[in-house]
Ligand binder design. Sequence first.
Ligand code: BTN
Length: 249
Amino acid sequence: MNVSIVHFPVIDSTNIYTTGLLSQSGIPEWTVIMADSQTGGKGQRGKTWDSEYGKNLLCSVVVFPLFLQMHEQFMVSAAVSLAVCKTLSSFQIEAQIKWPNDIMVKGKKIAGLLIENQLSDRSIDSSVIGIGLNINQVDFCNSYAWPATSMKASLGAVSDISRDEVLLDILKNLHTFLEKCKVGHIALCTAYNELLLFKGEQVVFTHAGNKTEGKLKGVTLLGEIVIQTEQGDHKFVNGEVSLLNTFAV
Ligand code: BTN
């Protein structure tokens, strides 16, 4: 794995820039675009991603998961989520995954992932994996549905943590999980479910504008969340449901 890292002080969005490079000139796998700050950081579902200058990891990683088919996109998401959690665990931070792509520590969001796949009929040709991991920021405007935290804040650390060290560890773990994915998908899905926030618990969620309750049973190989309600088990894909923060109630 040949990693090539390009570091910008300021950029609009590492995902936008990387996707542009990929479509214009083509870039090698494991190209990483990182930035100290983004003027238009993209979050999931049209949201923005804010981060204090120079404090956090803001990067996009290019991989070519040609061994995955279009309907297997969840595997990229699982591999990245597991890679970030493994890195956090090596820093003694116990993280969980809030379906589909949020990394949480004690009910607070420490990282968000924005994975943009370029698909062809046969495979996932390339993935731009956007990672926003809070590392050294300790002050957050916590008006979000899920409050934010960082590695430094959750460790109660005094000195800063090296962003480069964290990035290299995530890349190493991501490579390992993607390799595992070539062998089979069940192990990755099982590992994802083991770290799933609220697994086996009662959750409150919104679906099609309605607030409902149910038991979160797990996530399928295709990345659907399974929630058991009084009417039976329901499977939802990304974007169809939103889990509400019951910690805040
Ligand atoms: C989310 O939780 O809403 C996803 C946030 C993803 C943010 C990262 S920061 C680096 C990369 N570039 C972007 O514009 N977004 C992702």
